[in-house]
Design a protein around this ligand. Structure first.
Ligand code: OOG
Ligand code: MG
Length: 260
């Protein structure tokens, strides 16, 4: 019998990512995996990536919209880590053979100009720390078969993080009504889904505050220069070879991903 530990779980998830194989939920084999331990697994996994030369690019929120919560059957938002190795330039081709079963989702992205230390961060304070707002696409790739997982599983798996694209166009936050900001998700020229920023916790600034507060409880600050992905606005779409995906926003501009 396997002795499940934080270290073992991190190793299992890293191996699945490297070998591009999916597996059953960890909680099937380790029912004792609770949320706090799952965040330790997530941290261990990132520490191993850092030891292997990756650097932290920022953080992401997951399951902040009803569309995502409904689809995944989990109604609590979570946080996870982004590294430099996950960044894909806008318009760059994504090679599907490097991933397991990737899906894409449009997101509103913040770049931080100031440190944010929770708990106690309000949406207004969070927004004041933002230097830029950008359009984004996140490519998620659960290490669990069929994206079937419980909350501790998906937390341990760094919230299915795989790749992300951030628009080169940047906007100052003042004057933007991000709850009203609309986004069409276009697949090969057809609008597949659409939403407004209000889909994410009522306002993306609430999602940023949530990240600052939940990381703050674990003694982690959000650092200047970090990117924050505020969570999928719509349900995610499965990527297929040759697809061209555009997240087209009303004021933030567009961001494109090409699949090879
Ligand atoms: C979990 C990751 C969720 C989001 O933006 O809601 C996420 C998943 O759906 O596999 O990235
Ligand atoms: Mg996401």
């Amino acid at each position: 019998m396997t002795e499940w530990t934080v270290d073992h779980a991190a190793g299992v998830l890293l191996a699945a990512e490297q070998e591009r194989t999916d597996r059953g939920p960890i909680t099937d084999e380790w029912p004792g995996l609770d949320l706090a331990t799952a965040y330790q697994v997530q941290r261990r996994l990132i520490d191993r990536k850092i030891a292997a030369g990756e650097t932290i690019a920022g953080v992401k929120l997951g399951l902040t919209s009803r569309a995502k919560q409904r689809r995944m059957g989990i109604d609590s938002p979570l946080t996870a880590w982004l590294t430099d190795r996950m960044a894909v330039r806008p318009g760059e081709f994504l090679d599907l053979s490097t991933l397991i079963h990737p899906r894409v989702e449009p997101e509103i992205v913040f770049v931080l100009g100031q440190r944010l230390s929770g708990p106690g961060v309000t949406a207004a304070r969070a927004m004041a720390a933002v230097s830029e707002v950008r359009a984004g696409l996140e490519i998620i790739d659960s290490r669990f078969a069929d994206f079937r997982f419980t909350l501790p599983d998906v937390v341990a798996d760094n919230a299915s993080s795989a790749r992300f694209v951030v628009s080169s166009e940047a906007h100052r936050p003042d004057g933007l009504a991000l709850d009203l900001e609309a986004c069409d998700l276009e697949i090969d020229g057809q609008v597949a889904d659409s939403a407004t920023g209000a889909a994410v916790q009522g306002h993306p600034a609430e999602a940023l505050a949530l990240a600052a507060n939940s990381l703050g409880e674990r003694g982690i600050d959000l650092e200047p220069g970090w990117i924050v992905l505020t969570g999928g606005l719509t349900d995610a779409v499965t990527l297929k070879p040759g697809m061209r995906i555009v997240a087209r926003f009303t004021h933030l501009g567009s961001v494109v991903l090409q699949v090879s």
